[in-house]
Design a protein around this ligand. Sequence first.
Ligand code: NAP
Ligand code: MG
Length: 480
Amino acid sequence: MKFEYAPAPESTSIVNIKSKNDLFIDNEFISSKKGSRFITINPATEEVLAEITAATDDDVDLAVTAARKAFKSWAKLAGAERAKYLFRIARIIQDRAREIAVLETLNNGKPIRESRDVDIPLVAAHFFHYAGWADKLEYAGLGSNPKPHGVVGQIIPWNFPMLMLAWKIAPALAAGNTVVLKPAETTSLTALLFAEICQQADLPPGVVNIVTGAGDTGRAIVNHPDVNKIAFTGSTEVGRFIAQSIAGTKKKLTLELGGKAANIVFDDAPLDQTIEGIVNGIFFNQGHVCCAGSRLLVQESIHDELLSLLYQRLELLRVGDPLDKNTDVGAINSAAQLVKIQELAASGEAEGANRWSSSCQLPANGFWFPPTVFTNVSQSHRIAREEIFGPVLSVLTFRTPDEAIAKANNTPYGLSAGVWTEKGSRILEVTSKLKAGVVWANTFNKFDPTSPFGGYKESGYGREGGRQGLTAYLFAGENE
Ligand code: NAP
Ligand code: MG
């Protein structure tokens, strides 16, 4: 039965968006001398929210210079002192959580329920976690005197703007590096709010610098000669380009790229829980999730039963105003991403898969795509091989565990996977054979700052989170 809910909109009065936004360099908001401005919108309404600066090579150089100057004292500061700043940032994030969540939803299109209950609590948790590490670097596993790299350039995508910022900045700072970070072009606003939080926390000037802009700004960071390490999260295509650009230099690199995860359901899985896991796996954050469970592998004997339960469940998902507290699925982040999803969905039909979409009403303005499931998908179809990065599930079947494992691993990616079964022994057997950085058993899309996250193959290299995420920002220094 479908319940009707009265609208429950979250108020936006808590956010204060500046109409024109500058760059954050050396603890000041400064305007670019030559940089142009571009607009950022609310993807759920297409309303203009603000103007953002496109940082030029000169601006990036200024930011790197500030970070270099700050590095000398920041790296020398006792770990316990750096920890105090990180704890302070974590507490301010908790204090201003509602404001950050509303701003994230306005600029990204994700449901307020997710930004409020998932993204922003995890952001604070990451800063708390790495604050705890700052005075314990000798336990990171790199000897008794590990050293930070220096100035780190960080480039992040639009799907979890504030969370990706936290994954990058928290461990870098704990380890004693200073940073120049570029948010994604479509979602810069929470990064600029984070800059305000750095000021509020009295972080020393130059430790965090935020330069907004598009691909050119990212390229300027990557190519700057005084940057010691690049940490990138985004598409495999851009990741490959970055790896080529810095080949032959001494720059260190970590890449968190795309994925095409298999979510494997065996015939003994508890179906009701599994349905929730499938939904969370691919419809969380509109499927704009690198580790999304976008390929459902179902044991043939339960295919029809599972699919009919899934369709019933998907009809209950509330698609629409991301600021409404009852909304399950929000807006697609940009017109360009919507086109990409539409194009891949069309290829699914053209190649012979069967398309089912929820009958939900989509809003007139903004960028929307209904929760969609393709059945009768074969491994050669584009929708089984390419990352759609949208609310689209491709369903394949299998008969034996070996077939499930072979199909799950038949992808150029290797970021995540899921297994649903009542049998503990089968969980151990299957998870050990899946070539993926993260494998969830009887759950999906669960994140924790203590747990390392990252991929194999075309999903990139390096880990974020936990001790492993810390070591990405350190090298083994000489013993004292
Ligand atoms: P993207 O186009 O690769 O962009 C990522 C970031 O790189 C953005 O800030 C982008 O700026 C910037 N950029 C673009 N071209 C660049 C260049 N030549 N040099 C340096 N920087 C450049 O990816 P996206 O479309 O934003 O994000 C979606 C992709 O990210 C998906 O493939 C997804 O799987 C992946 N992802 C992976 C993870 C993970 O942890 N593994 C997490 C989230 C997303 P603009 O914003 O101006 O394009
Ligand atoms: Mg892009």
